[in-house]
Design a protein around this ligand. Structure first.
Ligand code: ACM
Ligand code: ZN
Length: 746
């Protein structure tokens, strides 16, 4: 056997010092001061811990592959062999219990914290150094001082739409704990299946934990039937209470609180299927809302939550509260009686009545009700905490009223969206949320007054799983985006820097590979960001990719970029129109087909546009400027360059003077999940005086409204040198939304 001290000295003298880049810790710690030399661990290493930190020490022992007996109790003043790791509990205030300090010296690692959470976070920082180190069994000496910015750093798993077994939940707990998240929110109940055994109501899991069709779309668009375990095609599952308790303990040991969500009053089709008497009077099969006029609803919810609270010790108990339809309540005699008896104004106040009643119950048990931001409608219950998902407004309103808020806005925190080019990705619900957009998210809204910031407890990623049927796919949607959110919620705002994060993340891909995680690989797509100066007819172009330190080359004449094309070194300016093509190159080869910007400083640029009917209030983009600002839209209609229309699009552009016109074109997109369709046709009319318009042509749609992948089509009308000053562009809405980005007049 090698004697530890000698072994260590020999190795240390052979290793040079580590540079700052050796500290690939994510989320970025508050402070890392590199030291001299290397700490080397091996079979000889012993880990000692103050009693409350023993479990954290054992987890480090597992990372270092040490026998369990080499992790032992430690007391202040006790001397330890050279080369040891010591976890020391210090005294400190409760609010500092997540802070930690690590001194890595060549002869010892000393970890200090006043709380178990801090000891765990220190352990995870060391774990990351171990797993990303280029040295076998060596990590660089340093002093690290760290603490989280936000107290709530979460991931939500929707285990209703698709059920994931406890072993997979454990795997997710391990992974998010590595990135210092501290909350796992389980969406346990929804139409698609009830996922936890309730002793008092075994019918919930007998009748509604399985369904007759596993795939989401055919089930949801079909009969939405439930099945019983063992029946042909029965698909689903549920957690027993023992399994759930085991998850709670497993998570707690790793610093993670599990928040259970039991949906009410909406999203409850599966409950009403098992207990029809909890639906409204006269409601049809498939009702998704509890009857609020029926006291049995409250008896049921309280019974269920009593069992839930006995399993899950979390302070927050999530009752859902989102997207409840009001139609059945309007038609129900019991609900209407409730409104009358309680002098409620309408169904929104009826909903608020239900939430308030639950809030009273939950707070009587010493817990805090948490709900989606609809719980603000009709008046927020005292003491309730809000998850802001329909943007940040609900969160801002609740924080202004002094309520706790968790930020989960759809635009930046919904990990069910596409993260790369949707035309190449596995089908998702829609939307576009690439890694960098997650990274750039700031949980404190700019408009929230400073004295209210403290009510924003943190942020959470939500993974709704309608389109995520497998565990591999779940991992794909979560990683690496959750790693970006971990830094958003942990690190100081000023410490966040995208390129620096990318550099550290590169090292973490190795960890994900070691841990068998099916993460989404960084894209070779080149993001082209133009800034157009219409008056000067110049455009400044910035190029970026998800690759770290990429070799990007480009051409501006429409030719294919090659290994001899211009290398991108920073923003550059183009004069007039150009066809930009750009791609990442690796090892002397183009990495994928080039990305293109057809920059056309066309005749309508910056001109006046008159709308017969305005755009949809939800998607104004750049209002009157949108369709003639020179910017084409990206892969998502949420980028504020795509303007949305629930009606026909009917606009007239004044070009300012009579001129000869060759062509008018406008691009639309189709993504039927969220109800976005091509127009039936587009037409152009022209006029010299703005009064008398003559038809100039029509372009007809050839994309089926059933085609269910993201697709784009340019509707183009040849004007054959027609003389005109005014151009009227009309697009016929066939259903839902139409989105247009630019009307190009040439
Ligand atoms: C939600 O996305 N319905 C909370
Ligand atoms: Zn009712």
């Amino acid at each position: 056997m090698i004697r530890p001290i000698l072994f260590f000295l020999i190795l240390a003298s052979n290793l040079s010092g580590f540079s700052q880049s050796a500290f690939n810790i994510i989320p970025k710690p508050e402070s890392v001061i590199p030291g001299k030399g290397v700490y080397v661990y091996g079979a000889h290493t012993r880990i000692y811990a103050s009693k409350p930190f023993l479990a954290a020490a054992q987890l480090l022992g597992e990372t270092m592959k040490l026998p369990a007996k080499q992790v032992a109790l430690w007391q202040k003043g006790m001397s330890v062999p050279s080369g040891s790791v010591v976890f020391e509990k210090t005294s400190g205030k409760q609010e500092d219990s997540s802070a930690y300090r690590i001194d890595i010296k060549s002869g010892e690692i000393r970890i200090s914290s006043s709380g178990y959470a801090g000891a765990l976070y220190a352990m995870q920082s060391i774990t990351q150094l171990v797993l990303t180190s280029n040295q076998t069994n060596g990590i660089p000496c340093a002093t690290i001082a760290d603490k989280p910015r936000f107290g709530y750093r979460g991931l939500m798993m929707d285990v209703s739409r698709h059920f994931y077994p406890p072993s997979f939940v454990h795997k997710m707990i391990d992974l998010i704990a590595l990135y210092k998240l501290n909350t796992l929110h389980l969406h346990l109940t929804d139409a698609a299946g009830w996922r936890i055994a309730i002793k008092r109501y075994p019918q919930l899991t007998e009748k509604a934990a399985w369904r007759s069709e596993g795939q989401w779309k055919p089930w949801w668009k079909g009969d939405r039937a439930y099945a019983r375990f063992g029946e042909a095609k029965a698909y689903g599952g549920f957690y027993t209470q023992d399994e759930a308790r085991e998850m709670v303990t497993y998570a707690a040991t790793r610093g993670i609180t599990i928040i259970p969500e039991i949906e009410m009053p909406g999203h409850s089709e599966e409950v009403i299927a098992a207990f029809p008497h909890l639906g409204c009077v006269g409601a049809k099969a498939g009702q998704g809302e509890f009857c609020i006029g029926n006291d049995s609803t409250f008896v049921f919810m309280q019974d269920v939550l009593t069992e839930i609270m006995s399993i899950f010790p979390s302070q927050y108990i999530h009752i859902g509260g989102d997207e409840a339809g009001k139609k059945n309540w309007k038609a129900c005699s019991r609900c209407q009686q409730r409104i009358k008896d309680n002098k409620l104004k309408d169904e929104l106040e009826l909903q608020s009545y239900a939430i308030r009643r639950m809030e009273k119950f939950i707070s009587s048990k010493g817990r805090t009700l948490l709900g989606w931001d609809e719980i603000l409608e009709g008046g927020l219950a005292p003491g309730a905490a809000v998850m802001s998902w329909r943007g940040e407004k609900g969160g801002i309103d609740a924080a202004n009223m002094g309520h706790d808020v968790i930020m989960t806005p759809g635009e930046t925190c919904y990990f069910d969206k596409y993260q790369q080019d949707p035309t190449l990705e596995p089908e998702a619900i829609g939307g576009f949320l690439p890694l960098q957009k997650v990274y750039n998210y700031e949980p404190i809204p700019a408009e929230l007054p400073g004295d209210k910031h403290r009510f924003v407890k943190g942020a959470q990623a939500n993974v709704w799983t309608e389109y995520i049927p497998t565990m591999e796919h779940f991992e794909y949607m979560v990683f690496p985006r959750i790693i970006a959110l971990s830094e958003v919620t942990w690190s100081n705002k000023t410490a966040r820097e995208w390129t620096d994060f990318q550099s550290r993340l590169t090292a973490h891909y190795r960890i994900l590979q070691q841990k068998n995680v099916n993460y989404c690989r960084p894209s070779d797509r080149v993001e082209i960001s133009p800034v157009i100066n219409a008056a000067a007819r110049q455009t400044t172009i910035t190029l970026s990719t998800e690759q770290y330190n990429p070799e990007i080359r480009y051409t501006i004449d429409g030719s294919m970029p090659t290994t001899t094309s211009t290398v991108y070194t920073g923003p550059f300016t183009l004069s007039g129109s150009a066809l930009l093509k750009t791609a990442v190159f690796r090892n002397g080869k183009i990495a994928q087909q080039p990305d293109t910007l057809d920059l056309r400083l066309h005749k309508a640029l910056g001109k006046t546009v008159t709308y017969v009917k305005k755009w949809s209030g939800s998607y104004p983009a750049q209002k009157e400027q949108t369709l003639v600002n020179g910017y084409t839209g990206s892969l998502t209609y949420q980028d504020k360059q795509w303007q949305g229309f629930l009606t026909d699009l009917d606009v007239t552009i004044d070009l300012g003077m009579l001129q000869s016109l060759q062509n008018v074109s406008c691009r639309f997109m189709q993504v039927i999940g969220p109800g976005v369709y091509m127009p039936l046709y587009a037409e152009v009319y022209v006029s010299a005086d703005g009064q008398n318009f003559i038809p100039a042509g029509r372009s007809t749609n050839d994309i089926s409204p059933l085609y269910d992948r993201l697709t784009f089509k340019s509707f183009s009308i040849d004007l054959k040198n027609t003389e005109a000053r005014y151009v009227r562009f009309f697009a016929k809405n066939q259903r839902g939304f139409m989105f247009a980005d630019e009307i190009i007049v040439e």
